[in-house]
Design a binder for this molecule. Structure first.
Ligand SMILES: [Fe+2]
Length: 219
């Protein structure tokens, strides 16, 4: 029996996370915070696009020939091009705001296409498989994220206060742990925690931040 959240729910959560991060950004945001927000968005979108390309789109293609599905790959390519540009820019670069807004226009378009067309279609046509696909997506997400945890943590640490960052991080880790075996859980989290930079004002206990501990199925 698989209790994983459905793949469509996870995709909606990813979209909401990126939109919420973007809402912290404006022209007057300090450069250091801008860098954190841009890096957080780039990493989240990159991983999201890869998961959709590897798992969600192929599954949907088996049962649907929707034209929105055909547009998704060129749309992702445009998004990747803008991410590469943003990564190469200093946080004081005069074109940073414009490039991020351009990226967000594509993302908003992508979110609208998926949430109004593709996700409802998947919920109709892939009904019995959504949870299994969700489990596959979580497993793959953890594989993709594990080597990039320090990058994730440093982007978030700049973009958010310590507490907000831990909530986001805790949710991510807990998501990946839904499938892990009980014994592996603590070891996995400790390894991830050790790779992260310290957060001012927060002390780790036995290698784990207490705020993260409460998301763990094993304490
Ligand atoms: Fe998406």
């Amino acid at each position: 029996m698989n209790f994983s959240p459905s793949i469509t729910k996870m995709i909606r959560m990813d979209h909401a996370h990126v939109m919420a991060t973007f809402h912290k950004y404006n022209r007057d945001t300090p450069p250091r915070v801008k860098r954190g927000i841009v890096d957080t968005i780039c990493l989240a979108v990159e991983v999201h696009a890869k998961l959709e390309e590897e798992i969600f789109y192929p599954a949907l293609r088996e049962v649907s020939d929707n034209e929105v599905l055909h547009k998704s790959v060129p749309e992702h390519n445009e998004i990747k091009r803008l991410i590469a540009q943003l990564r190469g820019m200093e946080s004081t670069h005069p074109a940073l705001d414009r490039t991020l807004y351009e990226l967000m226009q594509h993302i908003i378009h992508h979110v609208a296409d998926e949430e109004t067309v593709l996700l409802p279609e998947a919920e109709r046509l892939l009904k019995g498989e959504l949870s299994d696909l969700g489990a596959r997506m979580t497993r793959r997400r953890m594989e993709l994220m594990a080597p990039r945890t320090p990058e994730l943590a440093s982007g978030m640490a700049r973009a958010m206060s310590g507490g907000t960052m831990l909530v986001a991080l805790g949710a991510l880790i807990a998501g990946g742990l839904l499938l892990a075996k009980r014994g592996e859980v603590k070891g996995y989290v400790k390894t991830q925690m050790r790779r992260m930079p310290p957060i001012p004002g927060l002390r780790r206990q036995q290698g784990i931040w207490p705020q993260v501990r409460r998301w763990l199925p094993v304490r």
